[in-house]
Design a protein around this ligand. Structure first.
Ligand code: AMP
Ligand code: ZN
Length: 168
């Protein structure tokens, strides 16, 4: 058998963020998550693809039960999640050790929460930019005027000038 990264994770030779393990399966976070929650549920036995599982084998239903359990623990069982298996190259399979993807956190509600946060950060930045552009030249002119007066009249003259401005 050629090198199998999931067999190495199961044997503890490669690190993984495990979330579940029993005698038949192990589950860990996907190294390149496509969603806020992306867990791989993997049988401990090296089975290359779904096509290699005999009819009526209890392994598939076991993986389904594990997925359900993890979804409940992560608090997405009710809000919803996707559970899918890529089969062979045409189905997008890259790692040829059977695994199910549990994906969640991309629902419309979560999308709107993320969009609202991003929008408010962007809005604050825009406001900051706008204020920076409108205020700083004003502040700059003020400082130049004050420093010019201070240079010609000294601090006492400057105070006098301000008093005159207040009373006029
Ligand atoms: P598939 O395309 O169905 O074969 O999915 C393989 C998945 O395994 C991809 O989502 C990869 O990001 C993930 N993956 C590859 N190597 C690792 C690893 N060492 N630890 C965790 N996930 C991995
Ligand atoms: Zn394997």
């Amino acid at each position: 058998m050629t090198r199998c990264i999931f067999c190495e994770i199961i044997a503890g030779k490669l690190p993984a963020r495990k979330v579940y393990e029993d005698e038949l399966s192990v589950a860990f976070w996907d190294a390149r998550p496509a969603s806020p929650i992306h867990i791989l549920i993997v049988p401990k036995l090296h089975v290359p693809t779904l096509n290699d599982i005999p009819d009526h084998d209890p392994l598939l239903s076991h993986l389904g039960c594990v997925a359900r359990k993890i979804a409940m623990e992560l608090g997405v069982a009710d809000s919803g999640y996707r559970l899918f298996i890529n089969v062979n190259r045409g189905g997008g399979q890259v790692v040829f050790h059977l695994h199910a993807h549990l994906v969640a956190g991309n629902d419309v509600g979560t999308f709107f929460i993320h969009a609202a946060i991003a929008g408010s950060v962007l809005w604050r930045k825009l406001i900051g930019l706008f204020r920076g552009k409108t205020r700083s030249p004003h502040r700059c002119l003020e400082t130049e005027a004050v420093s010019g007066l201070r240079a010609t009249t000294g601090p006492a003259g400057l105070l006098e000038k301000f008093r005159a401005t207040l009373t006029s």
